[in-house]
Design a protein around this ligand. Structure first.
Ligand SMILES: C[S@@+](CC[C@H](N)C(=O)[O-])C[C@H]1O[C@@H](n2cnc3c(N)ncnc32)[C@H](O)[C@@H]1O
Length: 194
C-alpha cells in the first residue's frame, strides 16, 4: 500500500505525502481511555498510524470504528487490523455509520483528516457530524501541521473548534514528526454552535 501513490491520485483528500509518525500518533490518541469499554471513532485512518496506537491503548476493550473515505486504504486497514471495524464512508456520514451499529455516540473521536485541504463547507459539515456524535463527556482530538498552522484553512479550523468546544488545548509541537505537527484536544462539545 503506497501512501504517496494515494496522495498523487487525490492530493486534496489524502492531504499529506507521508503517514504520521509514532510520536504524533501517541499524542493524538492520548485521550483514548486505558480503562472501561469506550467507543472510539477514528476519522481518516489512512494506512493506520493512529489505528495502531488506538488499538494498543484499548488492548482488546471497547469498540474501535475507523471511517475512511478511500476504499483502498480501508481495505488495507481492515486486513491489517481485524479487530477494528473499518468502514468505507465519508466522515460527514458518521451519524449513519453509528446508527447502523445501534450506537448514537462515541466517547472519543480521533481525527486524522486533512483539515487544511478542506473547503470551508466541508470543515463545517465534518465538525457538525463530530459534535453530534459526542456526549457531554466526549473528547475530540485532531492534528495540524506546524507549517500550515497560520494559513487561512487551519486558522478557520481552530476558530471553529473554539466555537464548538468549551475547551481546546493545544499540545506541544511534535518535532519528530515529518512534518512537525501539534494536536488539539477538544472537550465539552457545544451543541448549539453554528
Ligand atoms: C493526512 S491523511 C492521515 C492518515 C493517517 N491518519 C495518518 O495520520 O497517517 C488523511 C486521511 O483522511 C482520509 N479522508 C479524507 N477525507 C475524508 C473524509 N471526508 N472522510 C473520511 N476519511 C477522509 C484520507 O483518505 C486519508 O486517509
Amino acid at each position: 500500500m503506497s501512501f504517496l501513490l494515494e496522495f498523487v491520485r487525490d492530493p486534496l483528500t489524502v492531504g499529506a505525502i507521508t503517514p504520521s509518525g509514532a510520536a504524533l500518533a501517541r499524542v493524538a490518541t492520548a485521550a483514548v481511555p486505558r480503562t472501561g469499554s469506550p467507543v472510539v471513532v477514528e476519522l481518516g485512518p489512512g494506512t493506520g498510524a493512529f489505528t495502531e496506537a488506538i488499538q494498543r491503548r484499548l488492548a482488546g476493550r471497547g469498540l474501535h470504528i475507523a471511517v475512511e473515505v478511500n476504499p483502498r486504504f480501508a481495505q488495507h486497514l481492515g486486513a491489517l487490523h481485524p479487530g477494528v471495524d473499518v468502514v468505507t464512508a465519508d466522515a460527514t456520514d458518521l451519524a449513519a455509520v453509528l446508527a447502523r451499529r445501534g450506537i448514537s455516540q462515541a466517547d472519543v473521536v480521533v481525527s486524522g483528516l486533512p483539515w487544511a485541504a478542506f473547503a470551508e463547507h466541508r470543515q463545517r459539515d465534518v465538525l457538525r457530524a463530530v459534535v453530534a456524535a459526542l456526549p457531554p463527556h466526549g473528547v475530540f482530538t485532531t492534528f495540524a501541521y506546524l507549517h500550515s498552522r497560520w494559513l487561512p484553512p487551519a486558522r478557520r479550523l481552530l476558530t471553529s473548534l473554539r466555537a464548538r468546544f468549551d475547551e481546546v488545548v493545544v499540545s506541544r509541537t511534535e518535532w519528530a514528526n515529518v512534518p512537525p505537527a501539534l494536536v488539539y484536544y477538544c472537550r465539552r462539545p457545544v451543541t448549539e454552535a453554528p
